[in-house]
Design a protein around this ligand. Structure first.
Ligand SMILES: Nc1ncnc2c1ncn2[C@@H]1O[C@H](COP(=O)(O)OP(=O)(O)OP(=O)(O)O)[C@@H](O)[C@H]1O
Length: 149
């Protein structure tokens, strides 16, 4: 577990960017305002994205292509039925890029079994606890050797 203030959250995103590969899915869980988009901003900044990173709650999926590794940033908060996901074509993104998914629970239990699962929880002191669940395909890649706290 890491306990992260906001600058450390950006560094955690950079650490994730450093190990991300095409085909990867990262699930980002945590309550409203936990800092999921903040972590994604850290990933995108480290990959060379310079513009805004809006929360994709309304667009549902926001692609970023002109960076070192194409990223699709998805927010499934408004998905009510996992069947709606097929229309989004999220998995198409995995051929040459990675997928970062907020509110992955909305996709159902069986979605993306090989994903790295990251979870953010607010702490009483205002920082965020970052915990993880690492599948086989991520062993040796997460957690990275350098702790951002
Ligand atoms: N590690 C942190 N420590 C303190 N504050 C943080 C941290 N990370 C993010 N914040 C702040 O928490 C607020 C919510 O962050 P953010 O929008 O990233 O959350 P979110 O989980 O994406 O929310 P939502 O589910 O509503 O999209 C922002 O004001 C941000 O500045």
């Amino acid at each position: 577990m890491w306990q992260l203030d906001e600058p450390a959250m950006a560094q955690a995103g950079a650490a994730l960017a450093g190990v991300l590969q095409a085909g990867d899915v990262v699930m980002l869980s945590g309550p409203l305002g936990a800092g999921k988009t903040t972590l994604v901003r850290g990933v995108l900044a480290a990959l060379g994205h310079e513009g805004e990173v809006p929360s994709p709650t309304f667009a549902i999926v926001q692609p970023y292509d002109a960076i070192r590794l194409p990223i699709a940033h998805a927010d499934l908060y408004r998905i009510e039925d996992p069947a709606e996901l097929e229309e989004l074509g999220l998995d198409d993104q995995l051929l040459d890029g990675a997928l970062l998914v907020e509110w992955p629970e909305r996709a159902g239990e069986a979605a993306w079994p090989h994903a790295l699962r990251l979870s953010l929880q607010p702490l009483p002191d205002g920082r965020r606890a970052l915990t993880w669940d690492v599948p086989k395909s991520w062993e040796g890649r997460w957690p990275p050797p350098q702790n951002p706290t």
